[in-house]
Design a protein around this ligand. Structure first.
Ligand code: UD1
Ligand code: UDP
Length: 380
């Protein structure tokens, strides 16, 4: 597709590697494909394999280059080394005019360094998120700070992220507050008719059962914290037999090893493979409470009016916390149990949190990104 385009059209190389990046760049790739001036070159590192392919398939995106680098047991330095080396070769071959990366994964950090070293402008989508703790999320807080130092254009989702960038010394004129493209993706997904394929969830509505949706994967939660989360899930399922707990298990075997043995004999805990994004957005909408350590879900669930209990001590996404829809609860089993129980038992506490808020965008962020790319590349 894009490689055959006229050489006069500035080429924007979009690099991504994991599920959340794929979801958030998909609307930008679609907007670039529709743009009459720019040409996208879609490059995946495939730091994730199945979970990345699932998103590309939903959005009907076929990468131009697939580095296929995921390995089981991959290390941060292993991924970073491969990304820098392999992206460098792609830059040499395709000579893009700009490189767009999204977020804070090792793919993002490595691709940004590779482009910077070749003096190719880096455009950072979802720039300026900060937890203030370099070790949490690990290594994402460091990755995003590194990218902020070397990016030419910073596409910040909110005014809070803009302030964080200014505090890091990023020039004001290089920052654009555009909202978060996750909301573009979410709007697209919820408007698309999708069947919920898990029978227990489809039945839960007519049976009047509450649904607790759980996702976990953060590196700093691997080990003891993850075991605590599994213990809390077991206790909640036992204390509330009518509750349906749905756990789409991350592909990381370390996540599964800590949680699966604790819940596999329970009838009211359904563990499923990662759900394709279209269906997952409907699953959030069908759930009553979301328990997660995910970044993206902290942005999506508030938009759908779902209370989110975050299995972390801090967050780089304070906006929905301030709005009252997201609460940080950490990973102690007792705390998880008491916070979920409160929302299940106390209707007012539930209503107070279940407000739809949209601090992360209006669903038109991808178009703004492309306008800014056009401005950047209009002279190239
Ligand atoms: C990575 C990102 C994190 C992001 C998360 C999204 C970094 C440092 N971390 O997490 O920011 O929030 O992805 O989920 O970049 N696996 C598969 N198939 C898949 C995906 C993963 O089998 O499709 C397994 C592999 O064994 C892999 C392991 O999961 O080695 C961990 O994947 P990895 O990308 O290293 O995960 P994180 O770094 O924890
Ligand atoms: N997601 C999905 N299927 C699932 C679980 C999550 O499509 O089974 C989506 C979710 O809607 C969100 C993104 O994946 O957009 C979050 O990915 P993840 O939690 O892996 O990464 P993070 O956002 O924490 O970086």
């Amino acid at each position: 597709m894009s490689t055959s385009a006229s050489p006069q059209r500035p080429k924007v190389m979009v690099v991504y590697g994991t599920r959340p990046e794929a979801i958030k760049v998909a609307p930008v790739i679609k907007a670039l494909e529709a743009d009459e001036t720019l040409t996208p070159l879609v490059v995946v590192t495939a730091q994730h394999r199945e979970m990345l392919d699932q998103v590309n398939e939903v959005f009907d995106i076929v990468p131009d280059v697939d580095l296929n680098l995921m390995a089981h047991g991959q290390t941060l330095n292993g991924i970073a080394g491969s990304v820098i080396t392999m992206i460098d070769a792609v830059l040499e071959e395709h000579q893009p005019d700009a490189v767009l990366v999204q977020g804070d994964t090792t793919t993002v950090m490595g691709a940004a360094i590779a482009a910077f070293n070749r003096e190719i402008p880096v455009v950072h989508l979802e720039a300026g998120l900060r937890s203030g703790d370099i070790n949490s999320p690990f290594p994402e807080e460091a990755n995003r700070k590194i990218v902020s130092q070397i990016a030419r254009i910073h596409l910040a989702p909110t005014m809070v992220s803009r302030q964080n960038l200014l505090a890091d010394g990023v020039p004001d004129e290089n920052i654009h507050v555009i909202g978060n493209t996750v909301i573009d993706a979410l709007h697209w997904a919820v408007e698309r008719p999708t069947e919920i394929t898990v029978p227990e969830i489809s039945a839960s509505h007519s049976e009047g059962r509450s649904v607790l949706l759980v996702t976990t994967h953060r590196r700093e939660n691997l080990g003891e914290n993850m075991v605590n989360i599994g213990r809390a899930m077991r206790q909640l399922a036992t204390s509330y037999p009518e509750l349906l707990i749905v756990w789409p298990a991350h592909k990381n075997p370390k996540v599964r090893a800590s949680i699966a043995p604790q819940i596999e004999d329970l009838d009211n805990v359904v563990s499923i493979e990662p759900v394709e994004y279209g269906e997952f957005s409907h699953l959030i909408a069908r759930s009553d409470i979301v328990l997660t350590d995910s970044g993206g879900i902290q942005e999506e669930a508030p938009s759908l009016g779902k209370p989110v209990l975050v299995l972390r001590e801090n967050t780089e996404r304070p906006e929905a916390v301030d709005a009252g829809t997201v609460k940080l609860i950490g990973t102690a089993s007792d705390k998880i149990i008491s916070e979920v129980s409160r929302l299940l038992d106390d209707k007012k506490a539930y209503r107070d949190m279940a407000n739809a808020v949209n601090p992360y965008g209006d669903g038109h962020s991808a178009g703004r990104s492309v306008d800014i790319l056009n401005d950047l590349l209009s002279d190239s």
